[in-house]
Design a protein around this ligand. Structure first.
Ligand code: ATP
Ligand code: MG
Length: 257
């Protein structure tokens, strides 16, 4: 039975997000390690103010333009992403023409099939053959679909592992990452990093993709030409620093009163 969380609770959104992961865990979509990974993400979300910041919105726009301009874009989905944002991921797939591909660190045929079915409820194409491998990765994230990540030019990844992000780039793919931790290897390795919660980042990318759907390739390229991911990460880190500074000032005022 899911817990009852009153909408008036000050941490309602955050608690509901946890409930979705627990539901995914019970359905065999999310692994226990995924719950821990979410905890790391939550901690960063907290010190980013739990909202889509300007640098995340800018990166989301660039991500949408890159996906629309790509020849073979693919959206890589793991258990947490499926539990948190299945419906929006399906919508992004329809708007950009990028299929969803199930890609798991803790891979099993059964789990991959379960996630495929979970996503297909929302009317989208899901690749989960696991009939190819990316060289240079030893863990299960190497298992990909020969029609998807293997031949993709642009791959959007959420809650990615740093190792694979690095290898995807090495084999010539453009990587768009959604990662709340601007210090993770994934965030630092990706071509575009949306430092935001997947629950907000995916809807933002969908919105931009809808707005830009009719643009020509040249117009789309204009949007991501000159994009500098290092500057985006720097702004994310500065936002965290400013958030913490303002909180420390509040705390010192509290001490004196
Ligand atoms: P890396 O391998 O990239 O160095 P890591 O080892 O620190 O990262 P992983 O467990 O490999 O972490 O990946 C989980 C990543 O997903 C973390 O960086 C975490 O901040 C991020 N994350 C967790 N939950 C969310 C979420 N809901 N939205 C966005 N990012 C999230
Ligand atoms: Mg990792």
């Amino acid at each position: 039975m899911p817990s009852f969380i009153p909408p008036s609770h000050p941490r309602y959104e955050s608690l509901m997000t946890r409930e979705k992961l627990v539901e995914g865990f019970r359905a065999g979509i999310v692994v226990p390690e995924g719950l821990i990974a979410h905890g790391r993400g939550e901690a960063f979300d907290y010190i980013l103010g739990e909202t889509s910041r300007d640098f995340a919105i800018e990166a989301a726009k660039v991500a949408a333009a890159m996906m629309l301009a790509a020849r073979r874009p693919v959206i890589s989905v793991n258990g947490n992403a499926a539990a948190l944002a299945a419906e929006k991921l399906a919508e992004l797939s329809r708007v950009t023409g990028a299929p969803l591909e199930v890609n798991l660190f803790h891979w099993s045929r059964e789990r991959a099939d379960r996630i495929k079915k979970w996503l297909e409820r929302f009317d989208c194409e899901v690749l989960a053959e696991g009939d190819a491998e990316i060289e240079g990765i030893e863990h299960c994230r190497r298992i990909v679909d020969s029609r998807g990540i293997l031949v993709a030019d642009v791959v959007l990844v959420a809650l990615e592992d740093g190792d694979r992000c690095e290898v995807l780039r090495r084999v010539g793919k453009k990587v768009i990452a959604i990662d709340l931790n601007p210090l993770s290897r994934t965030a630092q390795m990706a071509d575009v990093t949306v430092v935001d919660n997947v629950t907000r980042a995916i809807p933002n990318i969908v919105k931009f993709a809808r707005e830009m759907k009719e643009l020509s390739r040249e117009e789309l390229e204009e949007i991501f030409k000159g994009y500098d991911n290092g500057k985006i990460l720097k702004r994310a880190l500065e936002a965290i620093r400013e958030y913490l500074t303002s909180k420390s000032l509040e705390a010192s005022r509290f001490q004196r009163s």
